[in-house]
Ligand binder design. Structure first.
Ligand code: T4K
Length: 370
């Protein structure tokens, strides 16, 4: 009997090999392979234009820009953040010697609930680090109003929000800084990669020093920086991928439309619709399983899918606040974060990428709709 192929949660968007080889030849000929080369410069300009942001600095992954943003803004004390994210979000706060303080999330965005932030602010709070989870923008206006009232910085972990716009404006322009991840599993990737988005030239210059060990010249080190540099090979890869990302997002949108058509009305299965005025990137397609109404638990469905070769993922289960390093921190107790706690037990991110065929989509749907 023919075995069904496995369907994974995502699949990397890869550049055309012929085109990539051409650029590799150029890099080989130039013998300039890293440290702010010409492809690096071209990719920064192309991304700034595509994303509609004034200043962007490339990084070698999506974790280092978070670390660097906290460094650059001299964040100390307590940082309010979400327990419902990839663990890198909280790790970066910890690595900067700050204390993460967990606040619950909203049901409709899976991002920080602005109505719960003020209660978590103490005299030691210096910053808020929300996440545009699954690329769904949080309420940036409400968060900024709180930040302004208490004199706090806002750093958005926008790892999932490549190309996301609200009313025609990039969500990456909000707050003091935003970060992106260009990991292979993301809508847009440079294999590994990431970026930090800032609002002015002087800050970008400082970030560029920080990502190069703090060097401001051959013999001058202005701050304790790190190595976050991107090489020419990945910059060239990223330039080609940028030209095909819109097509990939359009394909993802079509997958979302099919899932929604098929799953709407299935008792116990909740999912997101598009938000008004938002240009989404369809980076993830989470469903939320209400066991009572659906008749099986999330994990029963999850493992049934796996047994059939359909590899969804439970992003973001377990909550960051439940890991041993963090579970004693303020806000980490499940009673303080009831929405995040419930949603982490309900979520399955369905396969979502540009290469899913009609047959693949039907296989996923048939496993959920019984
Ligand atoms: N902030 C947030 C909110 C984030 O979500 C992330 C990362 C970060 C910060 C940090 O950014 P980075 O430093 O990572 O750039 C993945 C990614 O590694 C991670 O980037 C991502 N978030 C996280 C949500 O997911 P895993 O451990 O789930 O990936 P993995 O290896 O299990 O891959 C998932 C599926 O993707 C595989 O089953 C198949 C497919 N895949 C994966 C890879 C790596 C491929 O088809 N080809 C591949 O090369 O973490």
């Amino acid at each position: 009997m023919m075995q069904n192929k496995n369907i994974t949660v995502t699949s990397p968007l890869l550049p055309d090999l012929g085109e990539f080889t051409e650029l590799l030849k150029e890099i080989w000929d130039s013998k300039w392979v890293t440290n702010n080369g010409s492809f690096h410069e071209r990719l920064e300009s192309a991304l700034a234009e595509y994303l509609g942001v004034p200043y962007i600095s490339l990084f070698t992954n999506g974790t280092l820009p978070l670390l660097t943003a906290l460094q650059a803004l001299c964040i100390t004390g307590e940082v309010i953040t979400t327990p419902y994210s990839f663990v890198a979000t909280t790790h970066c706060i910890w690595w900067n010697g700050c204390k993460p303080v967990f606040v619950d999330i909203e049901e409709d965005t899976c991002g920080l609930d602005p109505d719960r932030i003020e209660a978590a602010i103490t005299p030691r709070t210096t910053a808020i680090m929300p996440v545009h989870c699954y690329g769904r923008p949080v309420n940036t206006e409400a968060i900024q109003a709180i930040a302004d009232k208490y004199g706090l910085k806002v750093i958005y972990d926008a790892a999932h929000a490549f190309g996301v716009q609200v009313n025609g404006r990039s969500v990456l322009n909000e707050g003091d800084m935003s970060t992106l991840s260009f990991h292979a599993t993301k809508v847009y990737n440079t294999l590994e990669g990431g970026a930090l988005i800032v609002h002015d030239a002087a800050t970008k210059k400082h970030i560029d020093f920080l990502k190069n060990f703090g060097f401001a010249g051959e013999t001058e080190v202005v701050a304790p920086g790190i190595n976050g540099k991107v090489d020419e090979v990945r910059a060239a890869y990223g330039l080609i991928n940028l030209r095909q990302v819109d097509k990939a997002i359009e394909k993802r949108r079509a997958v979302a439309v099919r899932y929604r058509e098929a799953l709407r009305g299935v008792p116990g299965i909740r999912f997101f619709d598009d938000m008004p005025g938002v240009r989404h990137n369809y980076s993830y397609f989470p469903i939320f399983v209400n066991a009572k109404q659906y008749g099986s638990t999330r994990d029963e469905l999850y493992f049934r899918m796996r047994d059939a070769g359909v590899y969804g993922r439970r992003y973001f289960f377990p909550l960051i606040s439940s890991f041993s390093t963090y579970k004693g921190l303020p806000g980490a107790d499940p009673s303080n974060i009831p929405v995040a706690t419930r949603i982490a037990d309900e979520v399955i991110c369905l396969p979502m990428h540009h290469e899913l065929s009609e047959e693949d989509i039907n296989r996923v749907i048939e496993l959920i709709v019984r």
